[in-house]
Design a protein around this ligand. Sequence first.
Ligand code: WTA
Length: 659
Amino acid sequence: MSTNSIDSLLHETRRFPPTPEFAANAVAGAELYESAKADPVGFWADQARELLHWHKPFTSVLDWSDAPFAKWFADGELNVTYNCLDRHVLAGNGERIAIHWEGEPGDSRSISYAELTEQVKRAANVMAGLGIGQGDRVAVYMPVIPEAVVAMLAIARLGAVHSVVFGGFSSESLRSRIDDASAKLVVTADGGWRKGKVFPLKAAVDGALANGTSTVKNVLVVRRGENEVQWTEGRDLWWHDELAAADAEHEAQAFEAENPLFILYTSGTTGKPKGILHSSGGYLTQVASTHKNVFDLHPETDVYWCTADVGWITGHSYVVYGPLANGATQLMYEGTPDTPHSGRWWELIEKYKVSIFYTAPTAIRSFMKLGRQIPQSFDLSSLRLLGSVGEPINPEAWIWYRDAIGGGSTPIVDTWWQTETGAIMISALPGITALKPGSAQVPIPGIKIDILGEDGTRVDPPNGGLLVVSEPWPAMLRGIWGDPDRYRETYWSRFSGPDSEGKETWKYFAGDGAHVDSDGDIVLLGRVDDVMNISGHRLSTQEIESALVSHPMVAEAAVVGAADEATGQAVVAFVILRADQEAAQTVEEASTLLRAHVAQQIGAIARPRQVFVVAELPKTRSGKIMRRLLQDVAEGRELGDTTTLTDASVMTIISDRLK
Ligand code: WTA
């Protein structure tokens, strides 16, 4: 974030308390904070009992004896999918719409809880028939269509583990994720719609499995794009054929609360994405609880819409598990916000009378640029609550969101959380908190957050530092798939250890910087590590550097995240070409080629905004690349301190070239 916007965040004085009417009808009251404060672990036990159906009730709530590996509700048993579907049907709500789905070309379907349950039962029977059982890993590589939800819930129903890979990731990225988790089955589609065109998915799966060494036995293919696909007999199966032939009955079996539910890969500070592992009972408790309380969900009347793709954690927790566990009616939309026109989202809100809307600041800023007249030409009066996630929201965008989309009256919940935290951790509760633009404000009930200085001591407000979670929480990651050491090292090594009385303490280091203001409200300031946030998506500088140096033309590469008005941050790369390649093409050609190469290696979201071909990179005397200086040039600032550089002239050459 630029110094200017941090400044405006920290001096924000506007407050927006809930209207008396909103407060009076809110599902969450102040007593939640009181009971959670008195007994946080007991609070989560109450939430688990109140919000979920347990086939076998738990007696143990939190087992932290093997910290930092947590167990929640360990002796309890449940079926996650039963909680999201069957029980609503059994309670007489089978006719309620679970998903209003709208395809990008304008086709639509409304699916009731009863219908969704039947689809999932059939899909579970198909998968069981293919040998999928408890603990097996299944990769899901899909567009945003209802079958993605059906696949995830069918996998969960069997006690198997899904690994959803965002459909925008490349064949290469898919392959590494399939291999890391040794998936047995891939569920995909022929293609999906995006920006008025069909993008192929099946072809990428074929590419990912082409080396022939994969653990994948079958590929289930949903027909969506109707595009031409290649077929491997014996391995590939059409979803619609298999489901039609399958039994429509399937009894959900109970699994232990700690049965793994999913792996979701996310970028860390090294080149290799990490498989974040989540389990069942604790995760479902916290996503259901936060979905209900933060979004003030009234499941009988609300129409909820979270714009995230199911390939990200927001799609897992707040499209699939939270809303369905709570019996909500929601909207899912396949395509991009500007197809076929830039009012598409607002048109959908009008059409489905969406009342709760959850999206990312990057989207809000891009609409802000297009102007108010676009949302103004639609009836958005059904909206009563707005949410934001993925990156810090600047006060200007917050106010615009409230005014232009929320009619000047809807509360906005700015929700801070991560793939690793599984569920919302910091957010206002809309019927209670007086909202402050640009600040996520307070931990939700039952969560303990601290802001620490470099030395590990708590900073006093108003002050900045590093954000930690100081007590285990139900939806916390249970580890990194196949790499317990990396789990300990990445999240728990920095601040854990004996406290002043010699007692062992565990503090989860989130990787975010934060400021706590004089009211005690938390303002998030962005990542403090080499993780970038591009349009709310996580990418690591090293992941992109690895992709760049995998090209035969490149000798060395350095990547920085540069502040960008539209996308929050943008990828800017600096590369040195191999000596024998320098003459082969112009600098412009090389740059275009390398941008495409990164997109092809990782996915379009990783395509650098700029690739600069340079003769040298600025390095310290010990040989470390000085990214800070590269960031200065990439953001057009005067050069910072270059005294530790081996050769300060390198920077002058680079920055002159960029001018
Ligand atoms: C950032 C997305 C400020 C943060 C749910 C975090 C935010 C990373 C906010 C996790 C917010 C997420 N305000 N920053 N409300 N929400 N972030 O894993 O840097 O894709 O560490 O999870 O996004 O990104 P992830």
